[in-house]
Design a protein around this ligand. Structure first.
Ligand code: AVI
Length: 312
């Protein structure tokens, strides 16, 4: 519940299902089962982003660490399992503190404890918060070196332009005038690679998407028939994005929390955008929020990019 007493999940679902193009924000895909299914997705043959980003990090962590400098404070937004930041921490000279920010406080605490045990000299300050709404400001520790944000995984592509702008501005305020920010960005490419990455042969992504209906049934008193909907991954070339949809296989009426919603055969609920933002476009967005894109590291096929932003 938020301050208004209305469950924000229920609010988003009721509002989203009442639209002409039915839609539900992608953040609701991540209940405990959804988060586990997403972890499974990152291991799939077709899902190239995670392993490609790991290759780039492993290959260029030294250059990233040189750009950040010694005695740094690293802030990871939407931290998750903390696998990727270890590559950066291993390359950094005397990293002083690490601040992982994640909405799931339980998951965060376990991962932060493990990291603390592995890096004895590092101060670890987990913050249980939505990375879109951090307000870390003066609460960040001072390590003597620079503050560096870290946002791997290309979650930037799941955000709307206005949310990217406000996230980058908040991070700029959190991290201060001398800061830098390392960001992972999946890149535009052929739909022949993109569509299978979001519609894999084993059906894990389908399960991940359909899990949203399961969650609505369980948490919001819904009566979705999971066999009545199919996963669809669609390449929208004009907006350079993969869209996930749930398509109704027949005309049907579904109710959520007592409210009925009609579906025509073939009608969809739009559940996620995964934008593939070209670097020149992202550089312009970053500049509008107070950051200069100064370095980029990519794999040899240019599938994925990790970029360095400097406060400017
Ligand atoms: C979390 N995010 C970067 C993933 C992506 O690729 O957009 C979410 C995802 N959705 C389906 N597969 C993966």
């Amino acid at each position: 519940m938020d301050g208004s007493g209305i469950d924000p999940f229920l609010q988003d679902v009721l509002t989203g299902l009442a639209r002409d193009q039915k839609s539900i924000p992608s953040r609701w895909l991540y209940d405990a089962r959804g988060s586990r299914l997403f972890d499974d997705i990152t291991e799939l043959d077709e899902y190239y982003p995670t392993r490609t980003e790991l290759t780039i990090l492993n290959e260029h962590a030294g250059a990233m660490a040189d750009a950040i400098g010694p005695d740094a404070v690293i802030v990871e937004y939407g931290a998750g399992s903390l696998v990727k930041v270890r590559i950066l921490l291993d390359a950094l000279e005397r990293p002083k503190a690490f601040v992982p920010v994640d909405i799931s406080s339980e998951h965060l605490k376990g991962a932060a404890d493990e990291l603390k045990a592995a890096y004895g000299d590092l101060d670890v300050y987990p913050v249980a918060a939505d990375f879109m709404d951090t307000n870390l400001g003066s609460n960040l520790p001072d390590g003597g070196g620079r503050r560096a944000g870290f946002f791997p995984g290309s979650t930037m592509g799941n955000l709307l332009d206005k949310d990217i702008d406000s996230f980058l501005r908040t991070a700029r305020e959190d991290l201060g005038d001398d800061a830098c920010f390392i960001v992972g960005l999946d890149q535009p490419k052929s739909p022949d690679i993109l569509v299978p990455a979001y519609d894999d042969a084993k059906g894990v992504t389908a399960d991940f998407n359909l899990n949203l209906l399961r969650r609505i049934n369980r948490e919001l008193g819904g009566n979705f028939d999971l066999d009545g909907f199919e996963h669809e991954a669609r390449w929208n070339s004009s907006d350079s994005r993969i869209e996930m949809h749930l398509r109704s296989v027949r005309k049907q009426t579904v109710s959520v929390s007592g409210r009925p919603f009609e579906f025509q055969e073939g009608e969809t609920i739009h559940t996620e955008n995964s934008r593939k933002i070209a670097l020149d476009r992202f550089a312009a967005m970053a500049e509008g929020a107070g950051w200069q894109l100064t370095r980029k590291w990519t794999d040899e096929k240019g599938l994925f990019a990790v970029v360095l932003l400097e406060a400017g």
